[in-house]
Design a protein around this ligand. Sequence first.
Ligand SMILES: [Zn+2]
Length: 551
Amino acid sequence: MLKKIQLLLILTISALASCKVENKGIGTALNSVSADDMKKYISVIASDDFQGRAPSTTGEEKTINYLAEQFRLLGLKPANNGSFFQEVSLIKLTADKSMKLDISGEKIKLSLNYSDDLIGGTPQVKDMIKIENSDIVFVGYGINAPEYNWNDYAGLDVKGKTVVMLVNDPGYATSDTSLFTGKAMTYYGRWTYKYEEAAREGAEAAIIIHETGAAGYPWAVVQNSWSGPQFSLEDNDLSKSDLQLKCWVTTEAAKKIFKGAGLDYNQLTQAASKRGFKPVDMKLKASISFKNKAEHTKSNNVVALWPGTDRSDEYVIYTAHWDHFGVNPAFKGDSILNGAVDNATGTAALLDIAKAFTSIPVKQNRSILFLSVTCEEQGLLGSEYYAHHPLFPLAKTVCDINMDALNIFGRTKDMTVVGFGNSQLDNYAVSVLKKYGRYASSDPTPEKGGYFRSDHFSFAKVGVPSLYLSDGVDNVEHGKEWGLATSEKWIMENYHKPSDNYEPDKWNFDGMIDDIKVYFEIGYDLSISKDFPEWNSKFPFKSLRDKMMSK
Ligand SMILES: [Zn+2]
């Protein structure tokens, strides 16, 4: 008898569960999400033929034409006045790698070499960069953050000087929750911020000291990411500033510089993470000169619209960057950085989710914009360009949902909500995951600053609520520890390297398909809702949203 009741209960519950799906009428859409499609798309996007998808190359041309064609075949509309492309004006700068950074002082004459010791370039549109005997100042973390009552530049004039600083922020170094946000990286910990601030302060050169833990990646990532041509938006603040050199140096090189100045590296870097730290004049001079090839060029975001019905003037955006690093001859053997995981997977998911939307019997109310952006790897430039030149009003843009590097390690019980607690969008993620018997977890490595490292952040910076989910780590088969270790191992071995190849035999697509259904359903729920989810009260860019919504 008991068994019968139990069975009845189970039947009722499962009927209710399926009923919920049926009521939404998205069963066919969910069924259309398939590993076969993903394999088909990824095999093309990550192919050698697409040459690593570097912006402004034939690799770009092939990629964006392929994406536009797929969106057209699916029945989506070109979102930019009849075009599937949004042109992005760029500056492309290629610094001559024979550069040497000379450091001199009373007891030291040091010459740092490109790649082994430093990776650098200039934000300036000039043919030649020349810095002579610029005074070097150690500015700790190089942070000026009034809301945390912290200013490494207090009382300091760095005009014409070279600032040396640490990556990440004092909260990371000390794990002290009363400093910044403790171990979790704030935007002040990101290298992009550090150059921006050095430029605002009027520095001539900015040197960031690399540390694998604090940066969230090994030196090889610095080498691979910033040794090719460097792009910036045509309209950008750095090239209007006095900053001539932006560069990273290895920890070893930094230690040599400190030693040459008669300073204790460990002691000073510790002091830099304590309140009351004062910048240190290192009594050293920096000199460097190098040729710089400056070009004006263009790249493209791909923009495809799936219009809604009665609220078609409101938009849910999905983003995934199509670009990667192209070909780097510095790698012997396989020199193509195919970016299969990063981000052929997310780009393919855009197509698969678009397909899912087109297979819903009753169309959704709001419009869906599929935005495959360029130059993410160059500092989120394509998404920044869209955020500043939106095709549809930002105040009518409900949110951005971003996908970057999907799961290839199998099913997980969880998905990571990077920046969990930032906005009410989290509730949508939580409830969809719950429906599938899964759960939302917060970022297991918040010190890496994941929330600032992909395209949703460009939307956040202008106030539009944005959601960034990433792989879960609680692997169904092998558990959490395995999940975390496997993903860390992948990052150390393959992230931004030629070995990020498409390997269908090695990849497990089950988790990826689960996750794509979640991405789809979050967007779908928002597309039939009247809700405009808001930032939570502590989010730094909340006031921008409040202002645009009150107009
Ligand atoms: Zn990426």
